[in-house]
Design a protein around this ligand. Structure first.
Ligand SMILES: [Zn+2]
Length: 446
């Protein structure tokens, strides 16, 4: 069968996940990869438009683009964000830097935030993230039901409207964080089921913060299973080594046969507990098929606030989880809000923080880090046709670096993103540096 003509050809691309160091030519037709072929050497540069010289509009018209040896990766998947809270740091502060103050202050301010405000935060966060190369996002959503159903529903509506506004650019999944209180079981269940009917993707929560975490976990997975939805819980985001809700979660995941549909974020206490106990829980996660998400920037900021001297930093046991065969995603968590004053939705920045926090820098670690930003979160997000391979959606980022390692060395500002049959981002940084004086030896008279 003759291959259909390509809508777009890319040459001289480096594919660090292919681990072969070669340049590649890739062809795209109808929004999907038609072919991905290694080159014998650099492609003839004259025939192809150099990417760095094209703006978004010119890129849209180019049929053949020269990546000039730059890295191409499938679009990053930022699996754990809080886009509804993003950029609220100007309105809600956190003086102690603790998780509990962030929760209290945000909760107190929540009724003030209009649907428009929340919608704009999500749209802004999604656009920023896409400009850095993240093309699939999962956002947890604050559900302040203690302020009444209308305040919580405002967030659900804002989230769905924001998703509609950016759907030609980027995919977003939503996981509302339900706080389970047995006394309010019926109201909460009704609300959650309505949100799921409206288009919410899965069930979230933070059961370690509830008085009865076991009841919260059973309620959440029961609801998810009833509606055939995935579940993604904040787990054990505390320095307290006795907090082990992950064990209860794994029991329920096994009971419901929810392997591959269940994700656990944070797992901070895992890093604070004795080795044998952590080993036991990690083995249980592997057995249950629960995926993990590390949120290193936020946990380095929030955890260990009560410690003096040897300060716990709260980042979970990334290498040990990976070593047990558990897919581990690295994700942004909060952006410029009381839970985390920094961050910008740039998953490469989070990858670098992960590299420091988890002591990952060997050649094979670089590939693991890239997988934690791409393939692992894609699998946890249920994306079955993800990656740079013929037949799959051509959804990718190009970054201004020549290798996986160089990505982390340079955190390149120049990046391009392509999704849903169009270039959606082209950011080119121009750095100018003055010339140094000549060395004395070079100044010697001839
Ligand atoms: Zn979170």
């Amino acid at each position: 069968m003759p291959m259909r003509p390509a809508d777009l050809e890319l040459v001289n691309a480096k594919l660090p996940l292919a681990e072969d160091g070669r340049l590649h030519t890739l062809k795209i037709g109808d929004g999907r990869w038609l072919s991905v072929e290694p080159q014998e050497g650099p492609a003839d540069v004259g025939r192809h438009a150099p990417i760095a010289q094209l703006g978004l509009e010119a890129l849209g018209e180019a049929r053949s683009v020269d990546l000039q040896g730059r890295v191409l990766l499938p679009g990053f998947v930022d699996l754990h964000m809080h886009l509804d809270k993003a950029y609220s740091i100007g309105r809600v502060r956190n003086v102690s830097g603790t998780l509990l103050e962030a929760i209290d202050n945000y909760r107190a301010a929540a009724p003030e935030f209009s649907k428009e405000t929340i919608r704009e935060r999500i749209v802004r966060g999604a656009r920023e993230a896409s400009s850095y190369g993240s093309l699939t996002l999962r956002s947890h959503l604050d559900m302040p039901l203690q302020h009444g159903r209308d305040v919580a529903m405002r967030t659900v509506e804002a989230a769905l409207e924001a998703r509609e506004a950016v759907k030609d650019l980027i995919d977003i999944q939503y996981f509302p964080m339900f706080f389970y209180d047995p006394a309010l079981d019926r109201e909460l269940t009704e609300f959650a089921e309505e949100a799921l009917r409206m288009g919410i993707d899965g069930v979230g929560g933070a059961p370690h913060l509830a008085p009865d975490p076991g009841a919260g976990i059973r309620w959440a997975i029961g609801l998810a299973a009833k509606h055939g939805k995935p579940i993604d819980l904040h787990c054990d985001e505390t320095d307290d080594p006795s907090m082990k809700t992950i064990g209860l979660y794994c029991d329920e995941v096994i009971r419901y046969g929810y392997a591959g549909l269940a994700t656990a974020g944070h797992l901070c206490s895992l890093s604070a507990m004795p080795q044998d106990e952590a080993d036991r829980l990690i083995a249980k996660m592997a057995e249950a098929g629960v995926g993990a998400v590390t949120l290193p920037a936020v946990n380095l900021y929030l955890q260990g606030r009560g410690d003096r001297g040897n300060v716990r930093r709260g980042v979970t046991r990334v290498r040990e989880l990976l070593g047990a065969g558990i897919p581990v995603a690295a994700a942004s968590d909060n952006i410029q809000d009381p839970f985390h004053p920094f961050g910008r939705g740039d998953l490469l920045q989070i990858g670098l923080v992960t590299a420091y926090a988890a002591h990952m820098a060997r050649e094979e670690d670089i590939v693991s880090l890239l997988r934690m930003m791409t393939e692992y979160p894609a699998a946890l997000a249920g994306k079955t046709d993800y990656g740079v391979a013929p037949g799959r959606p051509a959804s990718f980022a190009v970054l201004d670096a020549g290798s996986g390692e160089a990505l982390f060395q340079e955190l390149p500002a120049s990046r391009w993103a392509y999704n849903k049959s169009s270039w959606i981002g082209a950011s080119v940084q121009r750095r100018q540096v003055a010339e140094p004086r000549r060395f004395a030896s070079e100044n010697a008279p001839a």
